[in-house]
Write a protein that binds this ligand. Structure first.
Ligand code: GDP
Length: 706
């Protein structure tokens, strides 16, 4: 089948926001207006179509990034112009709004081309809006903003815009203006066409343009002036037209598009998703100003055979390359692997190479997700997004390629777990299903993992925070019917060294027959936080033959998994193999591996080993009268308060605190503030555990082992 939508009419977008800003409601309205949903679902009725899992509905947060396809023709085009040629295809990648799931946000930012950032018109910029904004900066995602909830009591678009300017970017520029606010919010003034826009009909589906009322003319002109000046500053081509005073609506739209794609300009819309006002103009913005796959620089990959950097054009005639960005298990069809095709065509029935795992497989069915149904399609073209159905062993982050032209896209990097939880099956039946259920969850989410404690046989699950693990346990029960008892959460401590240490490792056995001979000298030294482990081979002149070096490294890497203080994995160290000896007959891989392990442990003991603990970043929002209680409590938790400031009527406290002190903290905030405070917590970095505390951790651990 030929492609029906040219690439330049394709938009892959994400909607990102702080929790509760209205992302779900806005997505709902978008799906409604694009004609795919037939009934507008309300979050509180639990009928929204992007939120799939029962616990998402209960918690009111979107955890899973599903990709949904819809179609849109700009609303300002006259009716007769709205033929199919003017239609755009929009793939919406749903992103989570909770900080425990930043990895999911990052993952979706990788595969989308542009973003809509939704703000609460009462709160302005909130903690998570800042986090996702920075993430979008990291992936160079062009974006447009939507100040939502203009109808709410306390809504203030100027305050919200100011908070965007102060906290995010000066380039944010209002291109629609609200007509009235709070309960008087009626419609918007479109500053591009200088018309009033009203949204009539039951669900605001009818977009009506009117002349600007004389009473609002001055205000509209003031904001239009700010907007046009900013645009002239941001785009040279437009500057010339502006200076010559010769420009029309099309010139303005084209200039906004160019400047938005270059990150020089960020269009800001206002509206109320709940009251069905302003969403269609936002959709116009998506198709007019956000990039198509052709507008962006092509992603770079590596040729796995030569290790050379290579690039593929977003072109159907190039060899296939694609990235798996989400695995979801659907109760009806089984595993859905969401995929973004970067080049070539992914066809059902073709054999593709999973470059990441090295396995080839035959693509069975391919599906496109719409708001309320799944459509089977024969192929996905370059730049498009869909899902491969029923292939079990694909993982998030895998690259798929034409077996004759392999490429591997840079893997998405995810943090390691900072918290572990023991899970115990309740019954024998649970025990039988638990392993495969946990594996299915691990395939979906690279920040979630599990391990077996070799000494106790316990199964531990690991993740990025308490809520993250709570949700996994909940899903085990609901989706896989596996009931588990959970233990107390455990902090994922790490170990490292503070200075240089040198030691010898010998594994020599010579008692009749063939002996064993491995002998090495290692040096360990500290690296900056976050560097990981570096192994350097500095052996010269064959003192240890080359073929044994990988065995030494293997022994070192195994020993690194178990530090000398309390058995936590070591990190941020450089290990140099600089001396040793061998025996013509007795030396073997295993002898050098053991010698490597011994030398590593000994050299770490010489190097002043210490414990590291995960530090969390907190933002706590409370009514001012509780400030004293909260800060008092925080100081008893070894927290460092970094900033306290006002946001609207609330106090905001920014702090950092060790995870070990923060279990159950969200509930603590609620009870200290009579349920009115909120707290969000996100992993920040690893830092040294104070000596007195590290002593007791080590003692407790050795007691537990006795
Ligand atoms: P999300 O967490 O960002 O997905 O936010 P939701 O869409 O779930 O919205 C959070 C709450 O705000 C829900 O109770 C919505 O009904 C409400 N809400 C969303 N948009 C608006 C709006 O435009 N005006 C008002 N007053 N409430 C809204």
């Amino acid at each position: 089948m030929p492609r029906t939508y040219p690439l330049e009419k394709t938009r892959n977008i994400g909607i990102i926001a702080h929790i509760d800003a209205g992302k779900t409601t806005t997505t709902e309205r978008i799906l409604y207006y694009t004609g795919i949903t037939y009934k507008v679902g309300e979050v509180h009725e639990g009928t929204t179509v992007t939120d799939w899992m029962p616990q998402e509905r209960e918690r009111g947060i979107t955890i899973v990034s599903a990709a949904i396809t819809c179609f849109w023709t700009p609303s300002y085009l006259e009716q007769e112009n709205k033929n199919k040629d003017k239609e755009f295809k929009i793939n919406i990648i749903d992103t989570p709004g909770h900080v425990d799931f930043t990895a999911e946000v990052e993952r979706s930012l990788r595969v989308l081309d542009g973003a809509v950032v939704v703000f609460d018109g009462v709160q302005g910029v909130e903690a998570q809006s800042e986090t996702v904004w920075r993430q979008a900066d990291k992936y160079n995602v062009p974006r447009i903003c939507f100040i939502n909830k203009i109808d709410r009591m306390g809504a203030d678009f100027e305050f919200s815009l100011k908070s965007i300017h102060e906290r995010l970017t000066k380039d944010a520029t209002l291109i629609t203006l609200p007509i009235g606010q709070e309960e008087n919010f009626q419609g918007v003034i479109d500053l591009i066409s200088m018309r009033e826009v009203y949204f009539e009909g039951d669900k605001g589906e009818k977009v009506v343009f009117k002349q600007i009322d004389p009473s609002r003319q001055n205000e509209a002109e003031k904001w239009r002036h700010i907007f046009i000046e900013k645009l002239a500053e941001s785009d040279e081509e437009f500057l010339h037209k502006y200076l010559a005073n010769e420009y029309n609506e099309t010139d303005i739209r084209m200039a906004i598009r160019r400047a938005t794609l270059k990150y020089h300009f960020i269009p800001v819309y206002v509206g109320s998703s709940l009251k069905n006002k302003g969403v269609q103009l936002l959709l116009d913005g998506v198709v007019d100003f956000l990039p198509s796959p052709l507008d962006l620089s092509y992603p770079k990959g590596t040729d796995p055979l030569t290790n050379q950097e290579i690039q593929r054009k977003p072109d159907d005639n190039e060899p296939l390359s694609a990235l798996i960005f989400k695995i979801a298990v659907d109760p009806y069809v089984g595993t859905l692997s969401y995929v973004r095709v970067y080049s070539g065509v992914l066809q059902s029935g073709m054999t593709v190479l999973n470059t990441t795992s090295g396995q080839s497989f035959r693509v069975g069915r391919i599906a496109r997700m719409h708001a309320n149904h799944r459509e089977e399609i024969p192929e996905l073209f370059a730049g498009d997004i869909g899902a491969i159905v029923g292939i079990k062993d694909l993982k998030t982050g895998d690259t798929l390629a034409d077996p004759k032209a392999p490429i591997i896209y840079e893997k998405i990097e995810f943090a390691e777990p900072v918290i572990w939880l023991k899970v115990e099956p309740k019954t024998k039946a649970d025990q039988e299903k638990m392993g495969s259920a946990i594996k299915a969850l691990v395939n979906e989410d690279p920040t979630f993992s599990f391990t077996q404690d070799l000494e106790t046989g316990d199964t531990l699950i690991g993740g990025m925070g308490e809520l993250h693990l709570e949700i996994k346990v909940d899903r085990l029960k609901r989706e896989f019917n596996v009931d588990v008892n959970v233990g107390k959460p455990q902090v994922a401590y790490k170990e490292t060294v503070m200075k240089e240490g040198v030691a010898e490792g010998k594994y020599i056995r010579q008692s009749g027959g063939r002996g064993q001979y491995g002998h090495v000298w290692l040096k360990v030294e500290p690296l900056p936080r976050g560097s990981g482990i570096e192994f350097v081979n500095a052996i010269r002149g064959g003192i240890i033959p080359d073929n044994f070096i990988p065995s030494v490294e293997k022994g070192v890497r195994e020993a690194i998994q178990k530090g000398v203080l309390a058995g936590y994995p070591l990190q941020d160290i450089k290990v140099t193999l600089f001396d040793g000896s061998f025996h013509e007959v007795d030396s073997s891989d295993i002898a050098f591996k053991i010698a490597g392990s011994i030398a590593l442990q000994e050299s770490v003991k010489q190097a002043n080993p210490i414990l590291l603990e995960p530090i969390m970043k907190l933002e706590i929002v409370i009514p001012p009268e509780f400030l004293g209680d909260i800060t008092g409590d925080l100081s008893s938790r070894r927290a460092k308060i970094e900033e306290v400031f006002d946001r609207g009527m609330s106090k905001v406290i920014r702090a950092q605190a060790p995870l070990a002190e923060m279990f159950g903290y969200v509930t603590v905030v609620r009870s200290l503030t009579q349920g009115r405070g909120t707290c969000i917590m996100e992993f920040s970095h690893y830092s040294e555990v104070p000596t007195s505390i590290s002593q007791s951790i080590i003692e407790n651990l050795s007691l537990a082992k006795k």
